[in-house]
Design a protein around this ligand. Structure first.
Ligand SMILES: [Fe+2]
Length: 142
């Protein structure tokens, strides 16, 4: 209900993530967790003002700082539910971390990033570059 793009993006990331998790021979339980994690990875964006989410054109540094907080917001939202595994909450928290430490919110590196979040980062970027956004068209035809 919050945002059509975000909904479609979440479904796409879930499909890509499940394909990768299967290819990597994850167990059924892990595949279920990573699927839920993918569907909910950007849930924290519900706390980012819609004017920033939908802004055409480049974000200011301050707006980008606000967008970055969706990772922490998402983690906090998911942590409230006892039935949601920690690994699922970590997907929201860590999907913008990068192996070289250049990501956010914590600048974690390599083995400190949850394996689900690493896969989600690949799916997330793949969907971002193959989708049309309000501020640009896809880099590649999808
Ligand atoms: Fe995100």
């Amino acid at each position: 209900m919050f945002d059509d793009y975000l909904y479609n993006h979440s479904v796409n990331v879930t499909v890509y993530t499940l394909v990768l998790a299967r290819e990597l021979n994850f167990s059924e339980r892990q595949i279920e967790e990573i699927g839920i994690g993918a569907m909910l990875h950007d849930i924290g964006k519900m706390h980012v003002p819609k004017s920033i989410i939908d802004k055409p054109g480049k974000l200011t540094d301050m707006e980008f700082e606000v967008v970055k907080e969706h990772t922490t917001y998402g983690y906090e939202i998911l942590k409230q539910f006892k039935q949601i595994p920690q690994a699922v909450a970590n997907c929201a928290y860590q999907h913008h971390e990068r192996l070289d430490g250049s990501g956010y919110p914590l600048g974690l590196k390599e083995s400190n990033i949850h394996e689900y979040a690493k896969i989600m980062a690949v799916s997330d970027v793949f969907d971002a570059v193959t989708s049309n956004r309000v501020y640009r068209n896809a880099f590649f035809a999808s």
